[in-house]
Design a protein around this ligand. Structure first.
Ligand code: ATP
Length: 305
């Protein structure tokens, strides 16, 4: 990767007898939206807390813009914003006052505060005490805080937590736009695989403290072909021929007249051959890929820690 913003190398973390992180590498390139997923207890929050400087790793290295976090924390963390759990605010102050305080600390100006309050749809509530905000409102204020002052890398732990469906939609839009328009790189954990699939260009799957898959979602899923949809003339005859020649493909007819056959890419030449030999050339063909959810479940249930 030409310009990594975050690099993790051989990261381990022990809590007494619990080995939360077992030594893994991970790279987040500048300009990407990276989804960090894994089942409960996989070690996502531990990783994020280490990157945020809240927890010390047992061993391994975290580099931000090439700078070692342990050696030079201040320089490494420049341009880094993290939002871990529900952020702490001054409950007696308004949303705008809270953001203004953080803006002073991060070198942002009042225009940025105004822009972000509007961006997270808290304009109407900006002068109310944060103590009276709902969980979702505090979460949105937290995102606004994380985006103050043009950060390079924003690390979000479960950013959709506490948001209603409209709030989740707005959050996705916000992340997309800040990424596209302002070049902000995002590293976010989530249990919502649909969201990850819609939002992220790269993912890492953590399972029992190890990274079991990493890469572009398209590339990962392209290796996860589970079958094919084929179109032939005279589908019932073609189906019967295929069932005779290749019973293991469990061929069946779909409602749209295509034949659905199970199998990965290794089966494809045999499918073609069986149909052609029976006088049914394939006129259209579409691979059927596993969803991210199926891919995720397959990996995380099949790998023992
Ligand atoms: P979830 O999806 O449930 O939030 P996670 O992937 O974020 O899970 P972590 O919270 O990082 O997982 O936990 C990884 C492992 O480390 C778990 O076994 C957890 O019990 C353990 N762990 C985390 N924090 C501590 C701690 N402070 N003390 C002891 N064990 C801990």
């Amino acid at each position: 990767m030409s310009d990594p913003v975050l690099e993790v190398r051989g990261l381990t973390k022990r809590y007494g007898a619990v080995e939360a992180l077992k030594g893994f590498d991970l790279t987040v390139g500048r300009g990407s939206i990276y989804g960090f997923i894994g089942p409960n207890g996989a070690g996502k929050t531990t990783t994020i807390r280490i990157v945020a400087g809240l927890v010390r790793p047992t061993s391994g290295e975290v580099r931000l813009h090439g700078v070692d976090l342990r050696r030079n924390r201040l320089a490494a963390a420049r341009g880094l914003r993290t939002l871990v759990e529900v952020p702490a605010f001054y409950p007696g102050l308004s949303g705008r006052q809270n953001l203004t305080i953080f803006a002073r600390l991060s070198g942002a100006d009042d225009a940025d505060v105004k822009r972000l309050l509007a961006r997270v749809r808290l304009e109407h509530a900006q002068d109310r005490r944060v103590g009276g905000y709902s969980l979702g409102m505090r979460q949105r204020l937290g995102i606004a805080q994380a985006l103050l002052g043009r950060p390079d890398l924003v690390v979000l732990d479960e950013p959709m937590n506490g948001l209603d469906p409209a709030g989740m939609h707005e959050m996705r839009e916000l992340i997309r736009e800040e990424n596209r328009e302002r070049g902000v790189t995002f590293f976010l954990s989530s249990h919502l695989l649909d969201d990850i699939q819609r939002l992220c260009d790269r993912i890492g799957i953590l399972h029992k403290g190890r990274l079991v898959a990493e890469g572009r979602i398209d590339d990962l899923l392209s290796s996860a072909v589970t079958g094919f949809r084929l179109r032939c003339e005279r589908p019932p005859d073609a189906l019967a021929a295929l069932a005779r020649a290749l019973p293991e493909a469990k061929a069946r007819l779909d409602g749209d007249g295509t034949i659905h056959a199970d199998g990965d890419t290794a089966v494809l030449p045999r499918l073609h051959h069986a149909l052609l030999a029976a006088g049914h050339p394939v006129v259209e063909l579409y691979p059927v890929r596993a969803s991210l959810e199926a891919y995720f479940l397959d990996l995380t249930e099949g790998v023992m820690g």
